[in-house]
Structures are given as structure tokens and as C-alpha cells.
Design a protein around this ligand. Sequence first.
Ligand code: GLC
Length: 744
Amino acid sequence: MINATNATADLTLEQQAALGSGGSFWATKTVGPAKPFTLTDGPHGVRKQNAGDDHLGIAPSMPATCFPPAVGLAQTWDADLVESVAIALGAEALERGVGVLLGPGVNIKRDPRCGRNFEYFSEDPIVSGILGAAWVNGLQSQGVGASVKHFAANNAEHDRMRSSSDVDPRTLREIYLRPFQRVVEDARPWTVMCSYNRINGVFASESKWLLTDVLRGEWGYEGAVISDWGAVRNRVRSVAAGVDLEMPGGTNTDALVVEAVDAGVLEPGTVQASAERTVALASLVEAGRLRPAGTDVDAHHALARDAATRSIVLLKNDDALLPLEPSGSIAVIGEFAEHPRFQGGGSSRVNPTRVDIPLTEIRARAGSARVTYAPGFSTQGTEDSEGLRSAAVRTAAAADVAVVFLGLGDRQESEGFDRSDIEIPADQLHLLTEIAAAQPSTVVVLSHGGVLRLSAVIDLVPAILDGGLLGQGGGAAIADTLFGLANPSGRLTETIPVRLEDSPAFLNFPGENAHTLYGEGQFVGYRWYDARRFEVSFPFGHGLSYTSFEYSALAVSAEQDGIEARVTVRNVGARAGREIVQFYTSKIESAVTRPLRELKAFTTVHLRPEESSEVTVRIRREDLAYWDIRIDDWVIEGGNYVVAAGASSRDIRQSTTVEIAPGGARVPITLESTVGEVLEIPAAAAILGELMADSTGNSDAAESALGIDLKKMMASFPLSQLVAFRGDDGRAILDRLLEAANNR
Ligand code: GLC
């Protein structure tokens, strides 16, 4: 490993500046001891272009395993599996000479219309953070660097290179920065990618607060910050803010850095420190290159199939229509059965090593069943839709069961633009309505990156399978699940609302005039639907199985570093299966507004019929904190918390309470504190009575005489005004009160 500090000390300012920008579209420069290396996309496969360079997935790339994009992989809720996939990605990246693989994407799914939600894990920061950290750990274990992205608050594609995400400080900390903080602190990614957008008016690439004060000062990050491709607007301001590597190369802005230093606009130390981080990064990549490269394409395809199988969510299965028997007659309907959509569009698009075709895989597992097929619609929109539809309805009606593949095509969602609705395409809905009327035994299989409104189809059919996007192994995964060769265990990581109008950001998405107001605050996803008591089609965390599980004996204990929670899960059905046990907390009588419940931990358990197991999780103490905007710091409220174990955010199976000691920063009592805030502190409340006593020295008299609750009436009274009312002896009492309150 090169010693970065010594290395850059020997470099000229020009060389140090040269280290801060790429040498080409995908590679860094050769400067001093730093050898050039390649960065390329991720996150669900290695997109190493071999003819032409672009960040939109247009020019061809070398074949590589296309694993399930994050929308699917996250539905496994399995950090170990995500880590295994990332290990395979690391091996393939190394084999293709890639030093940094650009992922994971951990941006929060703020609105279901975001065109890039397929590339992100969840609406929840804990799911995003835990799975993002697992991805980074897996990848970097292979000697390839990660680039956690897009830092930060990049939650729409519309106007992404200019728009300001206007987010209040508490929401920014608790929701949008939280996944990045978890990944940085738990997995130490070699790089962090700053996003295109502004945050509260400042470009991420020019935000010293974000890239230096928070990322490095608070989170202790020591790696390199790279820009998103084309995210640097002003090289000098970006270097000052903390961007270490401007990508892509070829912008010829190195001289501006030298001029800025010579003019005294930029500290030379800032440039050297940045150069040190780039040299250190090059050194890590160099060390990674020494590892043996070589991958087993078949083994990686098998892993892609396994990950796809675990990604599938069984949303509905009335009358146990699924799994299907391999007998009788099965009609397979829908173009996606023959031409599957298994990944999203844009920079993440992978050239797969092979693709499992659902129709082929169904036929291979159908046994004696006669399998018929009709496309039913065309995503190219070129063919006779009436003819396609009527032929498909006839085919479905003639069979014992119909399996209908529906979803979104590449043209309907992608990086680079957002959807304007969450509807299933009208021609597909029309087709399904006619099939459901002709064939009561109909299964719907969905493929899509962003959430689809299902309220129009739920009652049409008895069974719905949803995989989001499943990667190249999705066809076999769907077939295995349809015939019960696999028991579905996926769980939603994004709520499916009844109506788009019910969604949190409906009135504030995608923003306009280069501003997006995050008006829903912390109430994103299930936090919103729970707070508003909205019905949803399928809740966050939902997923059925071909078996069923019962929970018992939830026990929790407050520990030094958090809460230990244990619950027993029993498989009470006839098939082996996997349960994803979710743990939510709620603060009882919080001093601040909080969601009804928030996911804090989860684990998966595989059980045979009648088998039971006690699962244990640790809820981190810091994950109980809220961000207090009065002191700009984390506060852990003391008091009672509800801990709930559930099979989804709305299927709580066991619940109990635990008392937690206060912690984190303390909000000082000052002259601006109110009577209500002082009453929360027993030691100070006692003195408050003196301050509030009336001329007779007895405030109770006033209350009894007037039949009022004086303390309640005065709760919003600032101490400063109380003293003013009380006259000169009030100041002495106040000093005692402040002493008692702040030195307790
Ligand atoms: C794209 C994406 C980013 C990607 C980069 C390189 O614009 O925003 O995720 O890694 O450019 O393709």
C-alpha cells in the first residue's frame, strides 16, 4: 500500500490537482504513484462498456451476471444473501478490470413515481442502510471498491441535475441521510458518490456541510468522495466542499484548482488532503488487483436465480390456488412471459450472460400439463391490440388455470424520468379484466420497478405474485414458485397504496421551478399511511407464504447499547418456509412528533413444518434517537417504548414495552424554555411552583379558586416572561431552577 501522505508531499500542486479529475469517461489518471483504475456501474451487475462510453446504458457492455436490481433484492430482507450477491459482483468486477463498482443506491423511495426506484432498496432507512452496508461489505471483500450513492436526497429523476430538495433538518437526518450514515459507519465504502441535485439550495457537489462537516466530521468517513457523472458545476467550489474526484474525466478543470490556490481562494492543504484520498483509493484498488480473478458463470447464474426466488412476494393467494399442479392445462398469457423485463433502464443496464424465459421455464416444470401461450398485448404498441386480447382471452378460458404476466416496459420507467402515474398500462388492465371474467382460476405475475396501483386488480383474481424486477434468473424463479418448488418468502419494502393520491408526496412531486418541497417531512412510506390511518392495498413488510407462522413469547431487555428483543416463531403449516421477522418501536408520550411505529431491526428464519425457533435481534440505542433541531443533535428520550414483532408493518403479532434511559445530547433549559418543558424535569418542576406562586405564595389557591389547571394554561409560557411577571425575586428563583434543570 502506498503511504498517501508521503506520496502527495512529493507531488507538485499541478499533480495534486490532476489527481482530482478523471482521465477518461470511466478511468482515473496516472499521476505520481497513483496508477489509473476504472470505475463503472453497478449496482446489480457489472456494466463494463467495450465500445463507446456513456452513463445511460446505451453503448454495449461486456456480458455479466444480471442479479435482481435493488427493488427485487431488497425484498429478500436478507443481509447475508445481499452480501453473497455483492461478493459475486466483486469477483466479476475484478475479472473485468474494474476497481470501483458504482453502487449501492440507497436513496429513499420517497414517491412511487420516481423513475429510478427500481435501483433503490426501500422507503425505510433501516432496510436501506442494513442492506446497503451488506452490499458494500460483500463487494469490498473481493478487493473492489463501492460507491454508495447518490449522496444525498436524490429522490426524483425529474430535473435531477438542477432541482433543490428542500428538506427540513430533522427529516434529512432521520430519513434521507440515515441510510448513508449506516453504510458509511458499518461498511466504510471506499467511495461516496455525491448527487446531482441541490439540497436546500446548495449543490451536493458544493456542500461543505454535507461532504465534509457531516460525512467526515460527524461520521468519521476517511474514503474518497467522487462526483456523479457531470455533477460538478464548479471544480474549485467542489474541491473546497470535499469532492475528491470529478467524473467523468476530460473536463480540463485542473488548472482552475492551481489558479485558485495561487490566488488564495483555495487552501493548498485542502488540495493535498484530497489528493491523498485519491492516492489512497488508487492504492486500495492496486492491492485488490493482486487478488486472483476468475468467476464461475454458471454458479453466478444459480445465485442470481436463488436471489430472484427469494425476492418474489406472494401478495395474495386465495383458496390456495398456488402452487399449481403440473397437470391439466395451463394458459400462459402476456408478452413478458416470452420477453421478460428483468432490469431497469439507464446507467445500471447490464448485458446478461443468459436470461431465463418464464414460458420456457414453466414448460420445463409443467409435467403432464398442457401449456398454451398468448402474448395478449404488445409493449411495442404496434400490433392489433383487440386481436391479441381476444386470442388471449380464448386461450385463458380454454385452460384449467391462467398465469397472466403484466407490468411495465422499458419505455414506461427508467433512470432519467419519472412516471406521471402508478397505473398498470390500460391495455393490460383491459386484458386482465376480460380474462378474469372468463377464467376464475387466474394468477397474476407482475414485473415492474416502481410500485403499481393494484386496487383495480386485487378483487379480479385469487392470486398475485410480485417480484419487482428479478434479474436474469427471474424466469426460473417464477416457475419454481408457481409450481411450489420454491416457497415464496419475499416481503415488500415499499407500501402499495390504494390510490396515488394517498401517497405522502402526492402534492409535492416531482417539484417545479427547480425546487421540490419535502412537505411530508419524516412521514415517508408506511410512516405516512400509518399516521393518516390510510388503508393500503398491501403494507410495507407484507408477503405471504405457502405455509404460515405463529409468534409467541416476545421478550425484550434494555441493554447498554440498545434493546435486545427475542421472539419465538413456529411454522404451523405443512411446508418448510422462511419468515422475515420485523421489529418496530414506538415511543410512548414522546416530546416530539413521531411516526406510529418505526422499523428498527429484522431477521429471517427458515423453519420446517412444526419447527419453532427463538430469534434474537439487537435494536441499536442510537436508532431510538430523534434529531433535535434546537441543538442540532441526536436525543434519546428516556421513558417507555413499545417493541412490536410483526410479519408486516400492519400485521403485528406480539407487543411489549421497555423502559429506556435518556441519552445523547441534552436540550438545555434556558430563559426561552417554556413552563411545559420545565415540568418534564422533576427537579426543576418543584422550583417552578415557587416561580408561579401568586402573591399569596400559593399557586394552588388560584387553581382551586378558579377551577383551572394553571400549569396547563401556562405550559407555553417562556421562563423569561414568567420572571418578568414575577418581579425582582423571580431572578433568584430562576437561577436555582436553571441550576437544578441543567445539572441534574
Ligand atoms: C449516472 C447515474 C449514476 C451512475 C453514473 C455513471 O448518471 O446517476 O448512478 O453511476 O452516472 O454511469
